[in-house]
Design a protein around this ligand. Structure first.
Ligand code: ARG
Length: 447
C-alpha cells in the first residue's frame, strides 16, 4: 500500500481504504487541472509571504505546468494506493523535487483544495453550458422567425383549443431559455468566489494573502468568512443543480412536445431522418429516441438538487466526508446536459414543419373563439356571440374563417422575437467569462 499524506505509524485496513476512497480516483480526474491551477496560485502567494524561496517557486511552477500538460494530454492518472487528486499531484511534485514538493501544502488543507477545485471546474462547465444554451436559443429564434406565419393547433387538456403557430411554439422555448440563463448566471456568480485560504475551514496562522489568490485565479471576489467558505461545499453544488434543473425542465418539455408532434397522429413536425432510430421488427419505424432520451435524462437531472439536499441535509458547519459523495451525482451532470443541449440544437435546426396541418377539418373548431370575437367586435354581446357559435358547432353549420389577426405583444401576429433576443442579450452581458479565462491563461504562463 502506498503511503497517505496523513499517514503516521499505523496501516489502514484495505477494505476501509477502498470504502473511504470510493469513486474519488475516477471523479477527481475531472478536477485535476483545476487542482494544479489552484496549487499554482497558492504557491505564488506562499512565495510572496516568504514561505517559499523564489527558486523553489520557479521549480514548482515549472513542474506543475508539466503536470498540467500531462492532464491535458490525457495521460494523468491517480495511481493505485493514492487517495485522491490532491495526493497525486503532491506525490508527483515530491518525486520530482523532493522536499520542495512537501512545502506547498503550508497554510491549506485538502478540504480547501477540493473547494477551490470544484469552483474552478464548475465555473468552466457553467460557461460551456451557457454557450450551448445560447446556440440553442439562436436556433429556436431563427425557426420561430422562419415559420412565424405557419399556424398549428394550440391545446388545453390536450384538446384542440385555439390557433397557435410555429412562431409561437419555437419562440416560447427560446424565451424559456432566457429565464433559465438568468438562473445559470446567478449560479455562476455564486460559484465565481474564491474559497481558497479557508484551509480546514477555519483559516490559518500564516498571513495568507487571499486577495492575491483571488486575483490570480480570476475570481470575482472571495468567500470572505472562512467558515462560510467551507460551508459553501454542497451549497454551491445545490444551487448550481437548481439552475441545471431549470434548464433541464425546459429541455424535457420541448422533447416531449417534439415526440408528440412527430407522431403520425399529430404529424406536425418531422425529425431529420438521421436523428431517428429504427426497429428490429417493424421495417417502417423512425423513432424519436433522441428526444426520448433527452426527456429522460433531463427528468433525471431535475432530481439532482433533491439528491444533493438529502446528502448534505442536517450537516452542521465544518467539513464532513459526506460531502465527497456529492461529487458522484454532481460531476457527471454537466456532460449529460451539454449532450442534451447539443442534440436538441442540432435537431431544431433541421426539423421539418408541416405547413398544411389546418387543411384537416378536425382542427376547424379551434377557430371558434376567433368567430365569437368577430361577432362581438361587430356589436353582438360576447355571451350571445359565444352561444351562437356554440349552437352552430353543435348543428354542424360552423364554417371557420381561418384567417387570424392577433396583434398584441407576444401573440401570433406580433411575436416580439426582437425583444426576446434583447432580453437574452441583456442577461448574456452580465457574464464575464474573459476575466476568468485570462487569469487562468496568465497563471499557466507564469514562470
Ligand atoms: N476526497 C475528499 C472530499 O472529496 C477530499 C477531502 C479530504 N479531506 C478529509 N478531511 N478527509 O471531500
Amino acid at each position: 500500500m502506498a503511503s497517505k499524506l496523513w499517514e503516521k505509524n499505523f496501516e489502514v485496513n484495505q477494505e476501509i481504504e477502498k470504502f473511504t476512497v470510493g469513486r474519488d480516483r475516477e471523479l477527481d480526474l475531472f478536477l485535476a487541472k483545476h487542482d494544479v491551477l489552484g496549487s499554482m496560485a497558492h504557491i505564488t502567494m506562499l512565495q510572496s509571504i516568504g514561505l517559499l524561496e523564489k527558486e523553489e517557486l520557479t521549480a514548482l511552477l515549472a513542474e506543475l505546468k508539466n503536470i498540467h500538460a500531462e492532464i491535458e494530454a490525457g495521460r494523468f492518472v491517480i495511481e493505485e494506493g493514492v487517495e485522491d487528486v490532491h495526493s497525486q499531484v503532491e506525490l508527483m511534485l515530491t518525486r520530482k523535487l523532493g522536499d520542495m514538493g512537501k512545502k506547498i501544502h503550508s497554510g491549506r488543507s485538502r478540504n480547501d483544495q477540493v473547494l477551490v477545485d470544484l469552483k474552478l471546474f464548475t465555473r468552466q462547465q457553467l460557461m460551456e453550458i451557457a454557450e450551448e444554451v445560447r446556440v440553442l436559443f439562436d436556433e429556436l429564434i431563427a425557426q420561430s422567425n422562419r415559420y412565424k406565419d405557419v399556424l398549428m393547433p394550440g391545446y388545453t387538456h390536450l384538446q384542440v383549443a385555439m390557433p397557435s403557430s410555429f412562431g409561437l411554439w419555437f419562440g416560447a422555448y427560446a424565451e424559456s431559455l432566457v429565464d433559465d440563463m438568468l438562473f445559470l448566471q446567478a449560479a455562476f456568480k455564486m460559484t465565481n468566489r474564491n474559497p481558497l485560504g479557508s484551509a480546514a475551514g477555519y483559516g490559518s496562522s500564516f498571513p495568507l494573502n487571499r486577495t492575491m489568490t483571488t486575483e490570480l485565479l480570476g475570481f470575482d471576489s472571495m468567500n470572505y468568512n472562512v467558515v462560510y467558505a467551507q460551508m459553501g461545499r454542497g451549497k454551491m453544488e445545490r444551487n448550481v443543480t437548481f439552475a441545471l434543473a431549470g434548464l433541464a425542465g425546459t429541455l424535457s418539455k420541448l422533447a416531449f412536445d417534439a415526440c408528440m408532434f412527430n407522431s403520425q397522429n399529430f404529424g406536425f413536425v418531422k425529425l431529420p431522418n438521421e436523428c431517428t432510430t429504427g426497429s428490429s421488427i417493424m421495417p417502417h419505424k423512425k423513432n424519436p429516441d433522441v428526444f426520448e432520451l433527452t426527456r429522460a435524462k433531463c427528468n433525471k437531472l431535475q432530481a439532482l438538487p433533491q439528491q444533493i439536499v438529502l446528502i448534505m441535509n442536517n450537516l452542521p458547519c465544518g467539513y464532513f466526508r459526506d460531502l465527497q459523495i456529492i461529487k458522484e451525482v454532481f460531476i457527471p451532470a454537466f456532460q449529460e446536459i451539454k449532450d442534451c443541449l447539443q442534440m436538441v440544437a442540432y435537431i431544431i435546426n433541421k426539423i421539418q414543419v408541416n405547413e398544411h396541418i389546418l387543411d384537416d377539418p378536425k382542427y376547424d373548431n379551434m377557430f371558434s373563439v376567433e368567430e365569437v370575437n368577430r361577432l362581438a367586435a361587430a356589436g353582438m354581446p360576447f355571451r350571445d356571440a359565444y352561444k351562437k357559435v356554440g349552437l352552430d358547432i353543435e348543428a354542424g353549420t360552423f364554417t371557420p374563417d381561418k384567417h387570424v389577426a392577433h396583434t398584441h405583444e407576444g401573440s401570433i401576429g406580433n411575436l416580439c422575437n426582437d425583444r426576446i433576443v434583447a432580453l437574452m442579450d441583456q442577461v448574456w452581458s452580465g457574464f464575464n467569462f474573459s476575466r476568468m479565462q485570462e487569469a487562468e491563461k496568465k497563471l499557466l504562463a507564469a514562470e
